[in-house]
Design a protein around this ligand. Structure first.
Ligand SMILES: Cc1cc2nc3c(=O)[nH]c(=O)nc-3n(C[C@H](O)[C@H](O)[C@H](O)COP(=O)(O)OP(=O)(O)OC[C@H]3O[C@@H](n4cnc5c(N)ncnc54)[C@H](O)[C@@H]3O)c2cc1C
Length: 488
């Protein structure tokens, strides 16, 4: 008889876990509350414009390819992407701009030319980040941090030996200022804290390894846009007989005598000796496991930052913009204090504009562009989002107009706005957090929930709110860890 597994949620972590468990011989069924898969990694259209709803930056595509290879398929037959030569265009209000090349040498040369930064200084910054990644990724990213075998081995001992080189006792901002001279470049490198929803003034300097994922391995764009990641993996799962049941919210995880027994959905019991929960961990404890209290360590961790997103169909194109564009605020510290201390949005926020139609022509009508305009915000704690968005929209348009030297508002022909409350509702995320919990302290990696339950055998957790954390690559790693932990 085949072993049964149930996956709660068809986010990227849930889909990847389903594929991996299927390959381990499980009969897998994925329950998804929405009518479509992907969770945060989904898409929608406004008129003739297509938008990726959430993630826009694609790193480590090898982790997606790996799933096709695992199933004996050639990824290139189903999922394709290209590497971006320019990682991001940066702009400041004083007219300064900077092209961040994907290649580290080219980046360093450009930084020397534009900012007079020392090329060798930047090279040693990149080298230090690589050192951290090479020594820590196997421990902190690719394996369960909560198993003795991960901690008691030669690799961990070696990593511990070098712990003085990981900048764990200084903030990312402090680490950046000791290695980089120009304040605008410091701001650029501080920005990587936002990749996991944290504050550069609080998250440890260890996080320089986030930029390593981008600058060392490169940034990519899937053919057809980010949603192709979801679509191609769901198709792969289906070719391998994984079942998907949509519009079906799981209401309870059944546990008896410390063993998981299955789930309840739409009032019916579905039995399985293995359950993988891809739901946000805080909400999973509150709604699905009310008799098991969320462990104290996870209760203490604050949700990561959230975002307001303006999806604009723009009936004009702007050659000065590329796929990824950042319009920086003047005072980064003030902006992050507003988010993390005052729980509001600064009047001069950093604006991220992602335009997939630069690479995926079908995403916008000819002569137009699909703008995904995202501003980092606090998670939802009852703010008046309507009021905040009213002010924010004006501030964003003013800042973009200043860059493009014209009134862009008259070119917005389609618009949708999502606040942290909407993100929470549409993706069932805790308070609209984009990346689970923030990493605003030294112990965040240890405080994140393990990928397994120590109180219900057979119950596993994957996705952005558990170890190793948020972002597509980390969610894919979480699925691999779950599959490695599950019995064959
Ligand atoms: C605006 C935005 C921008 C981002 N930018 C990037 C980026 O550029 N690059 C990057 O790598 N990452 C980015 N991220 C983060 C990334 O999207 C997430 O870390 C990742 O997609 C989360 O995947 P997940 O596996 O945790 O599942 P989620 O995407 O959180 O999906 C969980 C799924 O489970 C379903 N579900 C929950 N509870 C139940 C239940 N009880 N029953 C049935 N179904 C349930 C939900 O409906 C949902 O579909 C961004 C996120 C957002 C929102």
């Amino acid at each position: 008889m085949q072993k049964k597994a149930i996956v709660i949620g068809a986010g990227i972590g849930g889909i990847a876990a389903a594929i991996r468990l299927r390959k381990k011989g499980y009969d897998v069924c994925v329950f998804e509350g929405n009518a479509y898969p992907g969770g945060k990694l989904s898409q929608f259209s406004l008129g003739d414009y297509r938008f990726d709803a959430g993630p826009s930056l694609f790193t480590m595509p090898n982790l997606v390819d790996e799933l096709f290879v695992l199933c004996g398929e050639n990824p290139r037959d189903h999922f394709n992407y290209s590497k971006k030569e320019v990682a991001c265009n940066y702009f400041w209000d004083d007219g300064q701009s900077f092209t961040a090349w994907g290649n580290q040498d080219q980046f360093a040369k450009e930084a020397a030319r534009v900012f007079g930064e020392s090329e060798s200084g930047l090279r040693s910054y990149f080298k230090k980040a690589k050192f951290k990644y090479d020594h820590l990724s196997k421990i902190f990213l690719e394996n369960s941090l909560h198993k003795i075998r991960t901690l008691l081995n030669l690799r961990t001992l070696k990593a511990l030996f070098y712990s003085f080189r990981y900048d764990i006792f200084s903030s990312l901002h402090q680490t950046n200022t000791t290695l980089i001279r120009h304040p605008k470049l410091v701001q650029l490198f501080d920005r990587y804290a936002t990749y996991n929803g944290s504050d550069p003034n609080q998250t440890p300097g260890l996080m320089t390894l986030i930029q390593h994922l981008e600058s060392h391995f490169g940034t990519f764009i899937p053919e057809g846009g980010m949603y192709q990641i979801t679509q191609s993996l769901v198709a792969l799962a289906k070719r391998n007989q994984v079942a998907f049941v949509y519009n079906t919210e799981v209401e309870k995880i059944l546990v008896a005598y410390n063993w998981v027994k299955g789930v309840v959905a739409q009032g019916k019991v579905f039995e399985a000796p293995l359950v993988v929960c891809n739901m946000d961990i805080t909400l999973a404890y509150q709604k699905l496991l009310p008799e098991l209290k969320i462990p104290r360590a996870q209760r203490l961790e604050a949700p990561s930052s959230a975002a307001v997103i303006f999806y604009w169909g723009i009936k004009k194109s702007y050659p000065q913009l590329d796929l990824h564009n950042i319009l920086f605020s003047k005072d980064y510290k003030k902006e992050f204090d507003a988010i993390f201390k005052l729980q509001t949005i600064d009047d001069d926020p950093t604006i991220y504009i992602n335009i997939t139609s630069k690479n995926v022509a079908e995403d916008a009508p000819s002569g137009g562009e699909n703008w995904f305009v995202m501003i980092n915000t606090p998670h939802d704690s009852g703010q008046d989002w309507l009021e905040l968005v009213k002010v924010l929209r004006k501030n964003c348009i003013r800042k973009i107009n200043n860059l493009l030297k014209e009134d862009i508002e008259k070119y917005i022909e389609e618009e949708e706005i999502r606040t942290p409350k909407d993100i929470s509702r549409l993706t069932r995320s805790n308070k609209g957090a984009l990346y689970g919990t923030s990493s605003n302290n030294l112990f965040a990696a240890f405080l994140r929930h393990p990928n397994f339950s120590s109180r219900a055998k057979g119950l596993y957790f994957c996705g952005g709110s558990v170890h190793p954390g948020g972002g597509i690559p980390l969610c894919l790693w979480s699925a691999k860890i779950v599959s490695d932990l599950a019995k064959s």
